[in-house]
Design a protein around this ligand. Sequence first.
Ligand SMILES: Cc1ncc(COP(=O)(O)O)c(C=O)c1O
Length: 453
Amino acid sequence: MTLTVPAYSNVSALTDREKARLVERTRRSGEYFERAHAVMPGGVPSSFQRNDPWPTYIERGTGAQVWDVDGNEYLDFHNGFGVMCVGHANPTIAAAVKAQMDEGTHFAAPTEGSIVVAEELKRRWGLPHWRFTNSGTESTMDAIHLARGFTGRDVIVKIEGTYHGHHDAVMVSVKPPPDQMGDREHPNAIPYGLGYAPGTPEATRVVPFNDAEAAELALAQGDVAGLIVEPAMMNINIVRPVDGYLERLRELCTEHGVPLIFDEVKTGAAIAPGGATELFGVTPDVVCLAKAICGGLPGGAVGMNAELAELVETNAVRQQGTFNGNPLVMAAAQATLLEVLTPDAYAQLHGLNDRLMEGCERIIGEYSLPAHTVGMGSKGCVVFSSEPVREYRDYVSKIHHELSDLAWLYHMNHGIFMTPGQDEEWTLSVAHTDEHLAHYLEAFELFARDVTR
Ligand SMILES: Cc1ncc(COP(=O)(O)O)c(C=O)c1O
């Protein structure tokens, strides 16, 4: 594949220099890594936290700031992979969780908190029935069970290049290597790693994002149980749905009697009160939530229409878990949704995000970088491609991955904590201010100046 962006001659030298700086600044993290590596593969609790040469081990956070174990202070634009829209150690969430601590932390029996949160999710997303989970993975797993249980069919249609968590049905063509993808009209279903049940890739049909005709052909085969889609892709930077795409998926799924599943684990409460469902005005049959809805505690939820809820009601599909609706998690979710992420908070987040994107666009223009910004709600990113990215294959072929990596190093070395790797976006919190944005833009401009010099 050929890159359609200019190659800057100094990228590799700058990358070496900035990597050396990062190592120098984070020696203590290096020591933690040695220790961690002896007891955790890769030195991390989750493979997403791996990094080269080691992860940055964090000591604490408050508001929009975090500190690593070397004492480096950062403004946090990573925000726990988009979870911490409420800001770190938010006093409202802390008070709610501490109060619940004193009342008992776990009963495996329902509490009023779960009713309040389910009512609020119903109000925000418009779906009538809700259950709780402990992660995004569980939410999408439950959604797949619902779809298969409802239709009695096996095949799940998923979008090439999306991540929906790490259960078998969706660990297919998450980041398929270009030489194995097959042609665009008939993408191969490539397992993402080892260890899945036989028949897993065969039961997953892969289609490109933003292509309703491809989805139509996949559904026309008559064996489809459900179609799962992130309404805006958020694990290959951010890719917006083109006009009419989600509406057409809605029509097609209805025509074929196939549940439409929105994975809103990332979009969720982070981009609008009712997530992408509200923002794009298309209501699916199932919504999967996690991340930002629980204000930093591990929890998730799955919303469903009445027909699917009937399957749960009758135990035809088993939706269950010891910690589902855990009182601490519900206390955090209730405070997040009712007290912190208020309409005013969303207005503030949207304003900040627009101004950050504008600032990045100004720098991109001034230095003629082959890049553009994409964003919505509290989330945004600089995409290092001068052409629009509409699907995974564009991401593979049109993005200047070395520039993305170098920008990350500049941010980290200039006090901006960012998601590792090239796939992610920033997430803002209610604790971010225009001053924080200015700091982000300073680091980005330094990168732009050096790389184009
Ligand atoms: C779109 C999407 N769905 C599902 C998941 C899985 O969520 P979790 O990591 O909470 O299991 C993720 C995680 O990043 C995600 O980005």
